[in-house]
Design a protein around this ligand. Sequence first.
Ligand code: NAG
Ligand code: NAG
Ligand code: NAG
Ligand code: NAG
Ligand code: NAG
Ligand code: NAG
Ligand code: NAG
Ligand code: NAG
Ligand code: NAG
Ligand code: NAG
Ligand code: NAG
Ligand code: NAG
Length: 402
Amino acid sequence: MLSEMKDHQSLMAALSENVLIVRMLLSVIFLPGASAGCGAITPVLFSTTPNFMEGLSGSCLQIPCSFNSTDPRYDITRPIYGVWLKATTAFNVTPSSVIFNSSKSVNIYQLEMIGNLTEKNCTTLFSDLNTSYTDRYFFRIESGPVRATACADPLQITVKDSPWSPSINISGGDLKEHQSVTITCSALTPCPHSPPELTWNLQQDSHRQTEKNTDGTFTTKIQENITLSDTHDGYIRCSARYPVNGGNKTAETAVTLSVSYAPRNTSASISPSGLVSAGSWVELNCSSRAKPPASFTWFWNSKHGTINVSVGQVYSFNVTEGGEFYCLATNDLGHQTSSVIRVSIKDNQVSGFTVHIILKILGIIMLYSTIILLECWFRFFKKPKMKTQEPTYVNSEMAKES
Ligand SMILES: *[C@@H]1O[C@H](CO)[C@@H](O)[C@H](O)[C@H]1NC(C)=O
Ligand SMILES: *[C@@H]1O[C@H](CO)[C@@H](O)[C@H](O)[C@H]1NC(C)=O
Ligand SMILES: *[C@@H]1O[C@H](CO)[C@@H](O)[C@H](O)[C@H]1NC(C)=O
Ligand SMILES: *[C@@H]1O[C@H](CO)[C@@H](O)[C@H](O)[C@H]1NC(C)=O
Ligand SMILES: *[C@@H]1O[C@H](CO)[C@@H](O)[C@H](O)[C@H]1NC(C)=O
Ligand SMILES: *[C@@H]1O[C@H](CO)[C@@H](O)[C@H](O)[C@H]1NC(C)=O
Ligand SMILES: *[C@@H]1O[C@H](CO)[C@@H](O)[C@H](O)[C@H]1NC(C)=O
Ligand SMILES: *[C@@H]1O[C@H](CO)[C@@H](O)[C@H](O)[C@H]1NC(C)=O
Ligand SMILES: *[C@@H]1O[C@H](CO)[C@@H](O)[C@H](O)[C@H]1NC(C)=O
Ligand SMILES: *[C@@H]1O[C@H](CO)[C@@H](O)[C@H](O)[C@H]1NC(C)=O
Ligand SMILES: *[C@@H]1O[C@H](CO)[C@@H](O)[C@H](O)[C@H]1NC(C)=O
Ligand SMILES: *[C@@H]1O[C@H](CO)[C@@H](O)[C@H](O)[C@H]1NC(C)=O
């Protein structure tokens, strides 16, 4: 802070040494618009151009321009020369400030006067922009005794290396399905002779138009009238490809397109799937695609008609009797029902019958086993007579083997 103040004080001291310099600086830096450009001089030439223009390096720039003069000596029957000056103010003009003279005596930046000066049209084309062209320009006419600069009408030109992102405009109605809207992608077109190529993720063959704006500049656009559907919910992307010397320069824009739509793809699922036993829990789950999200209601096709049994995405209940269920998905835009889902209960009578058969079979098997055992028992009691002789035979055989 202290050093800043010292700097400031020493600067002020230096400036007060020469009041004239201070005045000059003030007149250049602080005085606005017309006075800064024209000083004490009353302008006699007015040019109408945008105050600011942007161009793309490697491309062209068309400057819409018209002029009028209040100089009484101005005479349209005399030859008129249009001159462009490159200068911060119309005051500090030097011979090197002249970059173009329509007499073709000077043309540093390859300008072309495409307007008819006799018709007070000074429309000018920069054919190949370079970032070093960024500056302030003034228009001037020289015709007989009239030699005037449009000192109050500076034109600031900025030459950029990167192009402008296009803009996307959606108009007409709410963003709901079945609504018809007009979607426009538009791009600045400083060079109407080689307008940008526009492409987007809607129709591929959209017709490109380059239109003149009220200030004489141009805009290129593509436009589609579309009837919205759930498929448009998402993004719109548009890209502008500007042709420049030796290639293209591209910029892209994306905007969210949020389209509301009635429930779609509504379906119901059951867990566990398959047969369930009475007295167990089942969970029915309803799902649906909808914007805004749907709310759900569950219905049961009972013997007494359809009953609203639950509200909410998931319906869990203790199964007492089977039946058909379905869900209804609803939002502001409409509703949709799922297909019917069957809850089937395992049949207990069938399983009792099965147990009965198994018991019968077991009984029969046991009965037969008893008979076979008895048979064996009887044979065992008959055999002992023969078995008394056998041990010697067996023993001798065993002896032989060993
Ligand atoms: C010239 O144009 C300026 C601004 O464009 C306007 O204010 C002025 O009235 C015009 N003068 C004549 C003589 O047309
Ligand atoms: C523009 O060209 C004309 C015709 O050659 C000449 O009279 C005039 O002085 C030139 N002006 C400038 C500023 O070069
Ligand atoms: C001036 O000339 C340009 C280029 O020929 C033309 O496009 C434009 O319409 C003219 N402006 C007026 C106001 O006549
Ligand atoms: C410019 O306009 C004048 C008057 O309308 C016309 O006589 C002249 O032929 C035009 N010049 C050109 C080059 O078109
Ligand atoms: C831009 O202009 C300057 C001076 O006129 C030149 O030195 C430079 O090479 C130019 N750049 C391009 C890309 O043409
Ligand atoms: C979109 O276009 C409409 C009509 O063409 C216009 O009224 C509106 O201002 C534009 N909106 C934007 C953001 O450019
Ligand atoms: C879109 O509809 C508007 C009128 O609603 C019409 O003026 C315009 O030409 C249509 N645009 C296209 C590309 O069909
Ligand atoms: C520039 O873009 C055009 C289409 O707009 C394309 O045909 C051309 O091949 C591109 N050129 C280069 C050098 O990429
Ligand atoms: C959703 O429903 C649409 C018809 O409305 C159908 O084309 C699409 O295949 C369905 N998607 C799924 C994942 O079932
Ligand atoms: C289902 O209900 C029956 C009868 O009310 C009950 O006995 C059984 O425990 C319940 N089951 C569960 C899992 O709560
Ligand atoms: C219901 O189903 C949806 C979609 O299949 C799933 O995301 C969700 O987790 C399920 N909910 C339950 C409680 O199972
Ligand atoms: C279902 O019943 C609930 C309350 O039990 C009620 O809030 C809801 O509106 C009903 N839904 C339908 C579609 O009848």
